[in-house]
Design a protein around this ligand. Structure first.
Ligand code: FPP
Length: 246
């Protein structure tokens, strides 16, 4: 076997020594997964939440530094009340259980989005999870909740404008702007995965994904497995990232 074949991975094979630092996921397809099984949509969300836990644990185990998932958008309030309540209930359940496991797993959790309109119990769990997370520096899972990319950019612009009005001439550089986003201090995502067959950004990480590699798959989120994750990472590792250069 020559040197090249030992170092260069075959297509589809993950190089675990050179993983993306930050992976973002739009967890799409829960409703269709349930419909295919003649189940209520909420059953799809429940299975999607299980998949979230499996995939987050996998990311931690293989050494991904940051995982950012889109759990609830600023537009998702338009869904029927019972579906919104079911998603909030699942988030409460999973955060409650995550708190129990954090000591063991050393996973850090952060939340992107405005918590103000969330149910009080969920808000309290978010605060508790965020507080406990300050003690850990393992894999960081960012959960986007009542999150919208445009909302995030507008808030950052307002905050920069206020700084400028107070005489801070440096308030509007790209670097200074990024510090006003929910993702302040976190490297931009290297790879964004969208299961569920749609090819759009849906208001997710609009600023941060400027140079992110976009991976789409028809697999519905509740069916998304560790093997699907490996396929996405292997695909990413075959990309030639130029960031606008040659
Ligand atoms: C999109 O699928 C999914 C959502 C809007 C909700 C995502 C929520 C979870 C996976 C549960 C809670 C999450 C955590 C982090 C514990 P869709 O309903 O739009 O599916 P469809 O396009 O097939 O209708």
């Amino acid at each position: 076997m020559g040197l090249f074949s030992r170092t260069k991975k075959e297509a589809g094979e993950v190089d675990f020594s050179n993983l993306p630092r930050h992976i973002a996921i739009i967890m799409d397809g829960n409703g269709r997964w349930a419909k295919k099984r003649a189940l209520p949509r909420n059953a799809g969300h429940a299975q999607g939440a299980e998949t979230f836990r499996t995939i987050a644990t996998y990311c931690k185990d293989i050494g991904i530094d940051y995982l950012t998932v889109y759990a609830f958008s600023t537009e998702n309030w338009k869904r029927p009340n019972d579906e919104v309540s079911a998603i909030m209930g699942l988030l409460e359940k999973y955060l409650y259980e995550a708190i129990d496991r954090m000591e063991r797993d050393k996973v850090k959790m952060k939340f992107f989005g405005d918590p103000a309109p969330l149910p009080p119990k969920l808000k309290a769990l978010i605060e508790r999870t965020s507080d406990i997370s300050t003690h850990y520096d393992g894999c960081q899972v960012n959960v986007c909740l009542n999150y919208g990319g445009r909302d995030e950019i507008l808030r950052a612009a307002k905050s920069c404008a206020e700084k400028l009005a107070k005489g801070d001439e440096t308030a509007f550089s790209e670097e200074a702007f990024s510090k006003n986003l929910w993702s302040a201090g976190i490297p931009d995502p290297d790879l964004l995965i969208r299961p569920g067959g749609e090819k759009r950004m849906s208001n997710f990480l609009l600023w941060q994904a400027a140079y992110t590699e976009l991976y789409y798959t028809d697999t519905l989120w509740p069916d998304f497995s560790k093997n699907d994750m490996n396929k996405a990472i292997a695909w990413y590792q075959q990309r030639d990232r130029r960031f606008g250069g040659v």
